[in-house]
Design a protein around this ligand. Sequence first.
Ligand code: FES
Length: 131
Amino acid sequence: MPESTHPAQPAAQWVCTSEALEERGRAVAFDVLQYREPARAFALRFDGQVVAYLNRCAHVPTEMDWQEGEFLDRDKRYIMCSIHGAVYDPLTGRCVTGMCGRMGLTKLEVQEREGKVYWYPSRDTRPVFED
Ligand code: FES
């Protein structure tokens, strides 16, 4: 359910409960509009922080998870694209190695408070259903 903030700012969108995101565990997926086109996004917890990105590799714009919600490599140190193995820093989305070169993931603003995780839409990345 959207939560009103300031009229000039987009309403925060509820993503999931805090307990749904275990440390370096399975991500929670959610739908967004990127430049008015449907896109998938995901939130995960890494080193205690909740981060969120578009589920879109910087190499080829395709979804990256190995299985639904599984983005981390075997050692659970990096986000790794399942297609050609590009490796990203989980906290920044920057490319560490592989086919992503200087590109990185598209980071979404999220905040965790009072046991809930919220996504803050931007000018470019909007909710699928806006109030
Ligand atoms: S599509 Fe992700 S590394 Fe090629």
